[in-house]
Ligand binder design. Structure first.
Ligand code: ZN
Ligand code: ZN
Ligand code: ZN
Length: 388
């Protein structure tokens, strides 16, 4: 086991303890984790999205058990001190196995006659329905009620992984800005492929997306890069990210947007970009511990509003990031959750002028131990002209 893997394992044991404290507070008897990020977050094991059931049974007290298809058991790094592994064969019924473990644990914990069960949000509906009939007299709540606020606060191992992922994305963005990725005369899809290849070359194990929107397509925030040929004097929005794993541990995501312009920008584009940059930098600076998520959204929005472009900023300001590309906390009006040290999220305002041009600027930001914002993406924030 490497030093890093040992740290990762220690972090997971601490996370399980924090999850159990919260289960206690919420009166949850058992947490059932299947697909989604909660399972790898707590066990280091990422289940493949098979129809066969993988499920961690984590009772509020007593040993956790990972019920896993026998053919997958070899992929589970044995961590006997953290959880037991119960493989099931294709002739067994995994739902009955989970139900019997839940029943046995409930008995040991005093046999509450009505169980409160939290089940991970990404469990297949077929599994949920089967479990609900096997475990009667239970109240079911989403697993995220237990996990998401804890998972949103990253520990030192996770911050290191996020930092490495953002660093790799930054190197690709720097190549884009230097003109190492030719734009003019090429299809958006080809540029997207180049970015994907570079994300892998810079250390990501997987590419999650590589949006390239040029000219009028840049006005569509999640534009699917297609056959449009990029022309001169256009904005090109490049929003890309992947998952990067340190030492074979569970991977963490990068997500960055830089907008470049293929030749001297028009006055409109220049003016809008000035507003966008001020909005993004003001929002980042406002993101301190104790400030609400919605206040950061308001900080970004008020600058764009004041410049008269409020109608053209058509999405929330940001999202949390970790094992998943999008997770808590969301920077959006209505979310009064207070930012805390360890929170990691994007700050990504945009201005989208339909049928003409669009622009977005995105960094991943963390709240440091002393409560200040730190941008993990440091590559040039200016509107860079790329004339190739
Ligand atoms: Zn997005
Ligand atoms: Zn993005
Ligand atoms: Zn994003």
């Amino acid at each position: 086991m490497t030093e890093l893997s040992k740290r990762a394992q220690t972090s997971r044991i601490e996370r399980i303890a924090r999850v159990r404290e919260r289960m206690e507070v919420l009166g949850v008897d058992v947490l059932l984790l299947s697909l989604g990020a909660d399972l790898p977050w707590l066990t280091g094991y990422l289940a493949m999205p098979l129809e066969r059931l993988t499920m961690l049974v984590l009772p509020v007290r007593g040993d956790p058990v990972l019920v896993v298809p026998a053919l997958e058991a070899a992929r589970v790094a044995i961590a006997e001190d953290v959880f037991a592994v119960h493989p099931w064969s294709d002739t067994e019924n995994p739902v009955a196995i989970v139900a019997s473990i839940v029943a046995a644990r409930a008995e040991r914990n005093g046999g509450a006659n009505r169980l409160r069960v939290a089940i991970s949000d990404r469990t297949w509906a077929t599994s949920v329905l089967a479990l609900q009939s096997e475990i009667p007299r239970a109240e079911w709540i989403p697993g995220s009620t237990v996990t998401s606020s804890i998972r949103a606060v990253k520990d030192s191992f996770e911050l290191e992984a996020l930092r490495a992922a953002s660093g790799a994305a930054d190197r690709v963005a720097a190549m884009l800005q230097r003109g190492d990725i030719p734009l003019i005369g090429r299809r958006e899809a080809d540029v997207s492929n180049d970015i994907s290849t570079l994300l892998l070359a810079e250390g990501h194990e997987r590419v999650n997306f590589a949006i390239v929107g040029s000219g009028p397509n840049a006005a569509s925030p999640h534009h699917e890069p297609g056959s449009r040929i990029i022309g001169p004097n256009e904005t090109v929005v490049c929003d890309f990210g992947g998952t990067l794993s340190l030492d074979g541990e569970v991977g963490y995501c990068s997500d960055i947007t830089r907008t470049v312009v293929t030749g001297a920008p028009s006055d409109d584009i220049r003016d809008c970009y000035e507003v966008l940059l001020a909005s993004q930098q003001t929002a980042v600076a406002s993101a301190r511990a104790g400030v609400s998520a919605e206040a950061v959204d308001a900080a970004a929005r008020s600058i764009i509003d004041d410049a008269g472009y409020g109608d053209l900023f058509i999405h929330r300001t940001g999202h949390g990031i970790g094992i998943e590309e999008h997770e808590d906390p969301y920077l959006v009006a209505g979310n009064d959750e207070l930012l805390r040290p360890g929170h990691a999220f994007s700050v990504e305002p945009g201005i989208y002028a339909s049928d003409r041009f669009g622009m977005r600027l995105e960094d991943i930001v963390i709240i440091t131990e002393d409560g200040n914002p730190e941008s993990l993406n440091t590559v040039d924030h200016a509107l860079v002209v790329v004339e190739v």
